[in-house]
Design a protein around this ligand. Structure first.
Ligand SMILES: Cc1cc2nc3c(=O)[nH]c(=O)nc-3n(C[C@H](O)[C@H](O)[C@H](O)COP(=O)(O)OP(=O)(O)OC[C@H]3O[C@@H](n4cnc5c(N)ncnc54)[C@H](O)[C@@H]3O)c2cc1C
Length: 303
């Protein structure tokens, strides 16, 4: 099998993804895990209610131990965000923020919850009326309009580049931009207007978004504001694959008891499938998703 191909790819290396890796790799399939430990909800937590740990244990320690354990089963770790997902010819294609492409027979989505809010005036009031948290879901609504993307990580940069295909003008408000050289290069050679010396102070509008007030006093006249704080979010990656979300909040991925989504070969585990947001639930679902994804990958590889 080539270096960039695997049986099971796991997007996310919190407790859900790590447990999935341990159980999938335990079935002797090739497993690659994507993501960064410091972006797991658990990284800064101190945990007192996880079974078998009587003393308070640091989340960071749990994540480090989980990685070692998954590696001992031969899982491979790639410390990059996935910024694009596609399904083609019974395989999934995943693109990292460095532009590397991987293929997998089965994929487990374990990206946790990344719907971080800006917490500025106008954000809540204008949600769905110009304020969006999902470029891939909503870009089409902004054809020919002016938009701002807010965020300092890969999701924001990739989102701004995507929006260039739809919007007339795209601003990227990103005073602490930390992205790969490749994304930097793509941004620098694009028409995205990068704003590095200010943050968003307020989103203004009546019934719809009309402008963004920046901390340096400048006002950007825009019709849409995309809040992209963090890694490429679950919604975007999953929406690209045609995943069904919960009908009530449209925020969580629907799965059955085998952690299968509506897409064959695509599984989900952990916070991404809804509450309770707890390690015990994440590892339980990760275990099931890992075993089922490995079974699926073996079946498909034989056919
Ligand atoms: C302050 C705090 C305290 C907590 N305390 C407790 C507690 O005491 N007990 C308890 O049971 N739970 C606790 N929790 C909740 C617990 O941390 C979560 O339920 C658990 O971490 C969920 O695991 P997960 O694997 O689903 O997601 P996460 O742990 O959030 O991991 C998500 C992973 O996905 C990765 N990722 C996201 N997007 C991408 C992408 N595009 N490409 C690649 N990787 C991506 C991230 O980098 C991260 O590695 C706490 C949470 C917080 C915030």
């Amino acid at each position: 099998m080539p270096q960039d191909a695997c049986d099971v790819a796991i997007i996310g290396r919190g407790p859900g993804g790590l447990q999935a890796a341990i159980h999938a790799a335990g079935k002797k399939v090739k497993v690659i895990v994507f993501g960064r430990p410091e972006r797991s909800s658990l990284y800064k937590a101190h945990v007192a209610n996880f079974c078998c740990f009587e003393e308070i244990v640091s989340g960071k320690q749990l994540l480090e131990a989980g990685k070692r354990q998954a590696e001992s089963f031969d899982s491979v770790f790639v410390e990059q965000d996935i910024i694009e997902t596609k399904s083609e010819n019974n395989r999934f294609r995943l693109v990292t923020e460095n532009g590397e492409t991987f293929s997998a027979i089965a994929v487990i989505l374990a990206m946790g919850i990344a719907r971080k809010k800006l917490r500025v005036k106008g954000e809540k009031e204008l949600l769905g009326r110009g304020v969006s948290y999902c470029v891939d879901c909503d870009a089409n609504f902004y054809r020919g309009m002016d938009v701002a993307v807010v965020g300092n990580e890969s999701a924001a940069a990739a989102g701004a580049l995507t929006l260039l295909g739809y919007a007339k003008k795209v601003y990227l408000v990103c005073p602490k931009l930390t992205i790969t050289d490749l994304l930097h290069e793509q941004l620098n050679h694009s028409d995205v207007k990068i704003i590095r010396d200010a943050w968003v102070k307020e989103i203004r509008g009546g019934t719809e978004v009309e402008a963004v007030l920046l901390t340096d006093g400048d006002v950007l006249k825009v019709n849409g504001v995309f809040v992209e704080l963090g890694a490429k979010g679950a919604m975007e990656l999953a929406a690209n694959l045609g995943v069904v979300f919960d009908a009530e909040t449209f925020s969580f991925i629907e799965t059955n008891k085998k952690q299968e989504t509506n897409i064959p070969g695509l599984y989900a585990a952990g916070d991404i499938t809804g509450q309770p947001w707890q390690i015990a639930k994440a590892v339980g679902e990760g275990c099931v998703a890992g075993m089922e994804a490995a079974k699926y990958a073996k079946r498909l590889a034989r056919s």
